[in-house]
Design a binder for this molecule. Structure first.
Ligand code: HEC
Length: 259
């Protein structure tokens, strides 16, 4: 019994050694014959271009050549988008997504209606988004002409451009988005606020207080105090709902403290 086991493992071990030795030799040979290979190869500029699709705003840099009309876009939309976004981009219960039209006056209301017309400060963002992510079931399948066209159609539905608009890298960059100034620069983590861990003011009231009293922070913080004023102007209506909800009574009750 014992000797059979021994000889069996001896055979296995020997076989293993032979395989390893042979493999080791082979690999060593290959290495010496082709010393430059082994860790892939340098990526070419051509390959990189396929991935380099981020569009700069507000300049529109990196928008590709091509163009499309509102009418072309209506066709692209019917074929490639309508099944999820509904007729005329109105969305709704029978579709996968809500409306992509309107909402332009709601930036300081609650609820805000966020659509490409209302929530993009720069028009080329729509091009970037659609080319990158849509149609959801087959992204990267549209040509630049098709993306220009369907972007024109969506902005036309939002009342931002005429029916005869021809969209290309120049014209899309020239569109003035209605809520362009309704955004503040997100410069986190550089913030003038001091961390508050207990007995904190309700969210949305700190900027108001700073703006009213003037800045009580140190001299170096001046530019940030300016930002806070801007944020208060713009977001005032939007955060108003939150201030109402987070009253002092709530804090005393402590029940909704987590919200
Ligand atoms: C298979 C379903 C589907 C198809 C087809 C589709 N979409 Fe979408 N789309 C979605 C979903 C879901 C979202 C929300 C995605 C998210 O929030 O991450 C979305 C979001 C969007 C948004 C952002 C809307 C906003 O208000 O922010 C745009 C713009 C958009 N789609 C355009 C298009 C266009 C143009 C086409 C056709 C070329 C298209 N979609 C085709 C499902 C789809």
């Amino acid at each position: 019994m014992r000797s059979r086991e021994l000889s069996f493992s001896f055979v296995v071990a020997t076989a293993f050694l032979i395989v390893v030795a042979a493999g080791g030799d082979l690999r060593a040979d290959q290495h010496w014959e082709k010393p430059d290979e082994g860790f892939g190869q340098p990526i070419s500029e051509e390959d990189l271009e396929l991935w380099d699709i981020a569009i700069e705003t507000p300049t529109g840099d990196n928008l590709p050549p091509g163009e499309g009309t509102v009418a072309d876009g209506e066709e692209v939309y019917a074929e490639r988008c309508q099944s999820c976004h509904g007729p005329e981009a109105q969305g709704g219960e029978d579709y996968m997504y809500g409306t992509m039209v309107g909402g332009i006056g709601t930036m300081t209301e609650n609820p805000r209606v966020l659509t490409p017309g209302s929530m993009y400060p720069h028009a080329p963002i729509l091009f970037d988004y659609v080319r990158r992510a849509m149609p959801l079931d087959n992204p990267h399948s549209l040509t630049p002409d098709q993306v220009y066209a369907v972007s024109a159609y969506i902005y036309h539905l939002n009342g931002l451009i005429d029916e005869d608009y021809v969209m290309n890298a120049e014209t899309i960059t020239a569109i003035e988005m209605p809520n362009r100034d309704a955004f503040i620069e997100d410069d986190r983590p550089d913030t003038a606020n001091e961390r508050c861990m207990e007995d904190c003011d309700p969210i949305g009231t700190v900027a108001d207080a700073d703006a009213a009293e003037g800045s009580d922070t140190e001299a170096g913080d001046e530019p940030d105090a300016g930002d806070a004023v801007e944020g208060e102007e713009v977001g005032g209506g939007g955060t108003g709902g939150q201030v109402e909800m987070g009253t002092e009574e709530d804090e005393e009750n402590g029940e909704d403290g987590g919200n």
